[in-house]
Ligand binder design. Structure first.
Ligand code: IPM
Ligand code: MN
Length: 344
């Protein structure tokens, strides 16, 4: 019989609550002959306070033996900003070479968008995940003086750009509209911008059916709000992708619905699926968090592992639930309803 070895990192705040519901739905969705074997890792603020560690080497090694990772959320006000983000979340993305950070922006029927005119929104952002300003290439000088200096250097390699750009072309090729938009800021960030633009054009010759388009990131934020239907697949760097995907969430029903996958397409290391939202310490432990973003991340996990029909069933359950939503439900009520739809 088959098995799915899943590493689970609930993390901080609402991460715990939403992951529990994601697992409920995953169990309901998996074919009966697939054995779900989960290993839970208690990483995040608690471990940091207890031991000072964020991601012990032994845990990193163990994680490699899994088919995928499901992560809830990382971050707590009691831990200085950046410690868990860099030491845990980004460390995982870098160590496992999650260069494709996949973030769909889809407005489901029945979900109210803050945008006027009931727009049709269905795009996917392919955010580069292992380069850009996220590499931690920078430093400080003359700390504490009036002449203090801080740099944060964005790293862009031809190899890194080419692989994410080609992945985005493939995704565009596989979709109905076959349209790919490169978002950058090549009028100001000329070194990185021109490298991205050149590689985007060169790789594009392999995909004659894909229509291409370029937008500066500032203009892209306007179109996300005024004309979101113009987007199909978007490819962009790590930081622009971070910002754009929060905006994408905002126009498609909020951060409670936004899913993501940190993908290593080679399968050399496990890919990691997580809601885009954070740990929301202000509502943690109250059963108020919407687990839908985690459940949609579970659908992406299933799709990534080749459980295509099961992934579609989870997404359909979410779509049906969203279409009928009314009144407040607790985190576990939403999870139960979704699991019931998937099983039934
Ligand atoms: C996200 C988050 C992370 C990011 C932070 C927590 C490091 O905002 O997943 O979008 O910037 O990538
Ligand atoms: Mn973000």
């Amino acid at each position: 019989s088959r098995s799915l070895r899943l590493a689970v990192i609930p993390g901080d705040g609402i991460g715990q609550e939403v992951v529990a519901e994601g697992l409920k739905v995953l169990s309901a969705a998996l074919p009966a002959d697939v054995k779900l074997e989960t290993t839970e890792y208690d990483l995040g603020a608690r471990l940091y306070h207890r031991t000072g560690e964020t991601l012990p080497d032994a845990v990193l090694e163990e994680l490699k033996g899994h088919d995928a990772i499901l992560l809830g959320a990382i971050g707590d006000p009691s831990v200085p900003s950046g410690v868990l983000e860099r030491g845990l979340l980004l460390k995982l993305r870098f160590a496992f070479d999650h260069h494709i950070n996949l973030r769909p922006g889809k407005l489901f029927p029945g979900v109210t968008s803050p945008l006027a005119g009931d727009p049709k929104i269905d795009f996917v952002v392919v955010r580069e995940g292992t380069e850009g300003p996220y590499v931690g290439n920078g430093g400080t000088l003359r700390t504490g003086t009036e002449h203090e200096v801080a740099t944060e250097v964005s790293l862009n390699t031809a190899f890194g750009i080419e692989r994410v750009v080609r992945d985005a072309y493939r995704r565009a090729q596989a979709r109905d509209r076959k349209k790919l938009t490169l978002v950058h800021k090549n009028n100001v960030l000329v070194h990185a911008g021109h490298l991205w633009t050149r590689i985007f054009e060169r790789v594009g010759r392999e995909f004659p059916e894909v229509t291409t388009d370029y937008l500066h990131v500032d203009a892209a934020t306007i179109f996300f709000v005024t004309q979101p239907e113009r987007f199909d697949v978007i490819v962009t760097d790590n930081l622009f992708g971070d910002i754009l995907t929060d905006l994408a969430a905002a126009v498609t029903g909020g951060i409670g619905l936004a899913a993501s996958g940190n993908i290593n397409p080679s399968g050399a290391f496990p890919s990691m699926f997580e809601p885009v939202h954070g740990s929301a310490p202000d509502i943690a432990g109250q059963g108020k968090a919407d687990p839908t973003a985690t459940v949609l991340s579970v659908a992406m996990l299933l799709e990534h592992l080749g459980y295509t029909a099961e992934a579609a069933a989870v997404e359909a359950a979410v779509a049906a639930d969203l279409a009928e939503r009314s009144g407040a439900r607790s985190t576990s009520e939403v999870g139960d309803a979704l699991a019931a739809r998937v099983s039934g």
